[in-house]
Design a protein around this ligand. Structure first.
Ligand SMILES: C[S@@+](CC[C@H](N)C(=O)[O-])C[C@H]1O[C@@H](n2cnc3c(N)ncnc32)[C@H](O)[C@@H]1O
Length: 250
């Protein structure tokens, strides 16, 4: 049986159609087809994800598992100075992503790759609505491999539903990334941000503001540079992070 996450579903009848999507003030049209994820309209989780990330302007960006291209294309449209690469394992999805970026007049690089197999660069931001149906092992591998493909202070941002294991995904990522935050949440869908820091922290210099919702502080790095740091606490139960606690205890 051919799933949307199969590499090759050329033997599936094609039935291309156009879907129209409005994100804030911008209108988009996308060609979709049989054998690609959410062919009848923009997926709810993908919309929440893209609406959350478009305000985060980064230079090198990867839309991992791009499908017909809605996340990468919308991000690029709102952040025209970013270099956005879209990748997927599914040939039909890649063909559609190519057509859709051209019809939206965007110059984007589209790569066929199983995970990071054929991706040879690092990014400031990796965005993904992960292929949950491929199983936990596969998606955790993608979260893990993303870390090696992020620049310092780079961020992985993904969407996952509570019923599809949002809490265990958070726990898993806390074992790999220095900071894991829930940055948006709607109807059971969580937008999870994982930040990679390589720089060693020396100490916390100053807590600028601390209330039940937020902490703003100034950190001293190993090279004695100062760095501002911000942490939202509203989902305390979810994001209990031992490393963060240690930081403030020192
Ligand atoms: C949940 S869909 C999201 C598609 C698209 N980003 C969207 O939001 O509509 C996940 C995508 O990951 C792709 N995929 C599955 N396994 C993959 C892998 N090993 N490497 C890269 N992409 C993969 C699927 O083909 C599918 O297009």
């Amino acid at each position: 049986m051919n799933h949307y996450y199969s590499k090759n579903n050329d033997n599936l009848d094609s039935n291309e159609k156009i879907i129209r999507v409005k994100i804030f003030d911008k209108n988009f049209h996308f060609i979709t087809d049989n054998g690609v994820f959410s062919k009848s309209g923009l997926d709810f989780g993908s919309r929440l994800l893209v609406e959350t990330v478009i305000g985060i302007n980064c230079t090198d960006v990867l839309d991992l598992g791009c499908g017909y291209g809605p996340i990468g294309i919308v991000y690029k449209q709102f952040n025209n100075n970013s270099n956005v690469i879209m990748s997927d394992v599914n040939n039909r999805a890649l063909g559609l992503a190519r057509k859709n970026s051209e019809s939206n007049k965007l110059d984007m690089n589209i790569i066929e790759s199983d995970g990071f197999e054929l991706i040879n660069q690092n990014f400031d931001l990796i965005i993904t609505n992960p292929p949950i149906r491929t199983g936990k092992k596969k998606i955790y591998q993608l979260f893990h491999d993303s870390h090696a493909h992020l620049n310092e202070e780079g961020t992985l941002i993904f969407v996952i539903n509570k019923q599809q294991g949002a809490m265990s995904a958070i726990k898993f990522c806390e074992g790999i990334y220095n900071v894991v935050n829930v940055i948006n949440k709607k109807s059971g869908f969580y937008i999870i941000q994982c930040i990679k820091w390589l720089t060693k922290l020396r100490r916390c210099d100053k807590i600028l503001k601390c209330d039940r919702m937020r902490i703003f502080c100034m950190l001293v790095l190993e090279n004695n540079e100062l760095m501002g740091w911000f942490c939202e606490l509203q989902n305390r139960k979810i994001r209990k992070n031992k490393r963060k606690k240690k930081l403030f205890a020192s």
